[in-house]
Design a protein. Structure first.
Length: 165
């Protein structure tokens, strides 16, 4: 590719040659992006990008969900309850919900995001076009890492399920 760029005088490719990265993937399918983004070489190059911070935030959520499940919740009802208790450290939300065409849905998520930001907490809006955003979308589209454990939120699951539907 670089030889063709020099031969055909493609300035854009020549000027951005240092930005190209060679990475291995087991397949050419979209799900392999997660594999490529986990490669240390790629991670180092993407350290300052939004995509890398999204992947890291989602990994932190899954780690917390595995190690301390009382500090990681997903689903709008659980996250809103955690926000009422000022327990949210990091809020993860997909752009599909945050920019929903359904006005009541959009207002609900915008209000949640603004409330979390007002409390001085971190908010990550995930692109639904990125693999990490798709993963978050499969978990209801909203999740939170909490500052402290809140096991009582999980006790309310029966009433929360009917509210989310």
């Amino acid at each position: 590719m670089f030889q063709q760029a020099v031969k055909n005088d493609w300035k854009a490719i020549i000027d951005n040659k240092s930005k190209f990265v060679l990475a291995h993937s087991s397949s050419g399918h979209k799900h392999s992006l997660k594999e490529v983004l986990a490669d240390p070489t790629v991670t180092a190059r993407l350290a300052d990008t939004k995509a890398s911070s999204e992947v890291k935030a989602l990994d932190n959520f899954f780690t917390m969900l595995h190690t301390e499940p009382d500090r990681a919740y997903y689903g709008v009802t659980h996250v809103e309850k955690a926000n009422e208790a000022l327990a949210i450290e990091t809020l993860l939300v997909t752009d599909e919900l945050f920019r929903s065409t359904d006005l009541p849905t959009r207002k609900r998520y915008v209000k949640l995001v603004e409330s979390v930001k007002e409390n001085g907490c971190e908010v990550r809006v995930f692109s639904s076009l990125h693999v990490s955003g798709e993963q978050l979308g499969q978990l209801s589209g909203v999740a939170a890492i909490l500052r402290f454990p809140m096991p009582d939120i999980a006790d309310d699951e029966g009433s929360a399920d009917s509210e989310e539907d």
